[in-house]
Design a protein around this ligand. Structure first.
Ligand SMILES: Cc1cc2nc3c(=O)[nH]c(=O)nc-3n(C[C@H](O)[C@H](O)[C@H](O)COP(=O)(O)OP(=O)(O)OC[C@H]3O[C@@H](n4cnc5c(N)ncnc54)[C@H](O)[C@@H]3O)c2cc1C
Length: 393
């Protein structure tokens, strides 16, 4: 039997220790049995997808890492006779998110093309409600089939039950008792383990361009319609210029082989930038949502957007990238010239492994930035990735 891959081999940022047991169940029954058995034995459980939103400590993970090997995508209901009619599609949790988007775009189903190139799986997409270029997965989700670790049963969560918010859902909330503070029972895997997601999309070859930068790349006005294939291509190319596509070479690793469609891996090679910029978790910090009284203290030129606070009250969202940059941490920043971790040279929000970094190097960089931003603006940035075995509050 080959040894279990390390978390460095299973995550996009390429750090993390050995694991005691790694399994890839091929049926829903086998998947839920692995989760149930780990919980019954009181073992730490990490249900992993693409490992693109995880920062795991260098110490061994003495528990079970489970990756759903099912990658099926099926059209459940395509009664749409006319352009604009709705289509219902179900994808299994282990399906690559970008394979799913590619399938939808090729089939003429609109609603997720703005999320092209987001790494990871369909299962994890609903955990943090992925979003980019004017779209969020929440607006495409109809329901989610889950295994409830509390009751030991399979059930269906409707979209309203998911309580989607900015990079948040009922699933993600179940893991935390306060920002970046793991809850006792369900961490680093939510109470509800996603088995499959059902989406309601539109049958339409075109969609509105909902993001300024994308409109610019496409040479159209915001709100204009463009073919979804053109939107997907523009998103991939804008992401490439920012190092926001994962390193396709990882799919050659034995631990990652077969995780996504070979044809679509090639689409992610659109980049002539150094690969190290891609060894990240994407955006490392969430955009802070402040109470109005706190937002008053932001500098006049800081970005401000209307937002909703976790308690449902109106708040003000500002930009983590702006705060980081204005606190003096510019693209390419390193704690020391010879540090193995640094900010991406293309994107202020991405903490990257420049080669040979450990989790402790990434954590040192993260804390330096959190402390610097807090000293400058009184705001403590909260990590977006799930941080396992380290405290980055
Ligand atoms: C280069 C890059 C760019 C990125 N760009 C974006 C972006 O534009 N927008 C955005 O929102 N995110 C972005 N991300 C973050 C990341 O891609 C998403 O959060 C993605 O959904 C994570 O999926 P994953 O399968 O890799 O999850 P993992 O990292 O494997 O897991 C993350 C969490 O989800 C849980 N999880 C995984 N599978 C399941 C399941 N089946 N059931 C329940 N819980 C599960 C895990 O237990 C863990 O807590 C980016 C990341 C990278 C590396």
């Amino acid at each position: 039997m080959s040894p279990a891959p390390t978390l460095a081999q299973l995550t996009t940022i390429g750090v993390g220790g050995a694991v005691d047991r790694f399994v890839e169940p091929e049926s829903e029954e086998a998947f839920t049995a692995e989760v149930r058995d780990a919980d019954a034995a009181g073992l730490p459980l990490l249900v992993i997808g693409g490992g693109s939103n995880l920062l795991v400590a260098d110490a061994p993970f003495h528990g079970v890492v489970v990756r759903d090997a099912r990658r099926g995508i099926s059209v459940v209901d395509d009664q749409a006779e006319a352009d604009g009619g709705s289509v219902v599609i179900t994808a299994q949790a282990g399906a690559s998110w970008d394979d799913f988007v590619a399938f939808c775009v090729a089939s003429g189903f609109s609603g997720v093309e703005g999320l092209s190139g987001v790494p990871g799986t369909v299962g994890a997409s609903v955990v943090q409600n992925i979003g980019a270029y004017g779209q969020e997965v929440a607006s495409a989700v109809s329901s989610v089939r889950v295994f409830d670790r509390k009751n030991g049963s399979v059930c269906r969560l409707e979209r309203e039950d998911m309580r989607f918010g900015y990079r948040n859902s009922a699933l993600k909330s179940s893991m935390y008792s306060a920002p970046a503070t793991p809850a006792g029972n369900y961490f680093p895997t939510p109470r509800y383990v996603v088995l499959s997601v059902t989406f309601a999309l539109r049958r339409s070859e075109s969609d509105e361009v909902a993001f300024g930068q994308l409109a610019k790349a496409l040479g159209v006005e915001l709100g204009e319609r463009k073919p979804i294939a053109a939107i997907r291509a523009a998103v991939l190319s804008v992401r490439a210029t920012k190092g926001m596509l994962e390193d396709p070479n990882r799919y050659a690793l034995p631990s990652m082989r077969g995780c996504r469609d070979e044809h679509n891996v090639a689409a992610a090679t659109l980049q002539d930038q150094p690969d190290f910029n891609r060894h990240s978790c994407g955006s490392f910090f969430m955009n802070p949502i402040l109470e109005p009284a706190q937002a008053v203290h932001l500098p006049a030129d800081a970005p401000r957007f209307d937002a909703i606070l976790p308690d449902g009250q109106p708040g003000v969202k500002t930009s983590a990238a702006w705060l980081i940059d204005h606190a003096g941490f510019h693209k390419g920043f390193k704690v020391r010239p010879d540090a193995k971790a640094g900010l991406s040279t293309l994107h202020t929000l991405a903490l990257t492994n420049r080669g040979g970094a450990g989790a402790k190097d990434i954590a040192e960089l993260a804390r330096t930035i959190q402390d610097g931003v807090e000293a400058a603006y009184g705001i403590r940035l909260v990590p977006e990735p799930v941080v396992v075995g380290m405290d980055l509050r």
